[in-house]
Design a protein around this ligand. Structure first.
Ligand code: SAM
Length: 223
């Protein structure tokens, strides 16, 4: 459980040299110029991150995953890709953590430009809705770590959860839906159904999917 993995006490304590060793030597770290911008929450086996890594080679990204063995698998997968493709996949990493508790330990205010919640666990029962990774309370945290103009991507094959995630986002004062044109123009949207292991499973079974993709509203004070 939670007590078995280390958590940085603040974002500045997060060890970039450990996660992105080709890009950070210990002396570089202190200037803090380059920070993680994409977070894949509940990344599972990491398929989305692997696709994003080459699509956005100059962006640092991280997967957050609760299951220890799955996290280890993603670590190995990234190391193997780095070895077989020199110079690539250096911008992607994974951390074992409980994203529902520790997001503010990893990211500063306005740090992230994209957050992903792909095929999260549905937690059907009403009394378990508070365990859902999208909720009014957690959206406050996500709004805090997202930069103005940053985008939150959600998708599920569970209609009830899709309706829930959409209504949480729709009703939150700091998020606005992307227009159809914006969705069409965003190359990342196309990956949501195809890049992750869960998405591929749903596609194989011809399952329906439900997306909710929203922008963090920018205010002058949010930069
Ligand atoms: N996003 C991946 C995909 O589309 O293939 C995985 C989807 S899987 C159904 C949900 C994942 O979220 C699981 O790997 C689970 O361990 C992870 N998860 C659940 N609760 C979590 C939490 N609080 N923090 C981090 N990961 C969590």
């Amino acid at each position: 459980s939670d007590s078995h993995f280390p958590v940085p006490i603040s974002p500045s304590q997060f060890d970039y040299t450990l996660h992105y060793p080709q890009l950070f030597q210990s002396s570089d770290q202190s200037d803090g110029s380059k920070k993680i911008e994409f977070a894949d929450i509940g990344c599972g086996f990491g398929g989305l991150l692997i696709s994003l890594s080459t699509l956005f080679p100059n962006t640092l990204m991280i997967g957050m995953e609760l299951r220890d063995k799955v996290t280890e698998y993603v670590k190995e997968r990234i190391l193997a890709l780095r070895t077989s493709n020199p110079g690539q996949y250096n911008n992607v990493s994974v951390v074992r953590t409980n994203s529902m508790k520790y997001i503010p330990n990893y990211f500063e205010k306005g740090q992230l430009t994209k957050m992903f919640f792909l095929f999260p666990d549905p937690h059907f029962k009403e009394k378990n809705h508070r365990r859902r990774v999208i909720s009014p309370h957690l959206l406050d945290e996500y709004a805090y770590v997202l930069r103005g103009g940053g985008i939150i991507y959600t998708i599920t094959d569970v209609e009830e959860l899709g309706v829930w995630m959409n209504s949480c986002l729709e009703n939150h004062p700091l998020f606005e839906a992307l227009s159809e044109d914006e969705l069409e123009a965003d190359p990342v949207v196309k990956l949501l159904n195809t890049a992750t292991e869960e998405g591929q499973k749903v596609a194989r079974n011809d399952g329906q999917t439900f997306r909710a993709i929203y922008r963090r509203i920018a205010f002058e004070s949010n930069g």
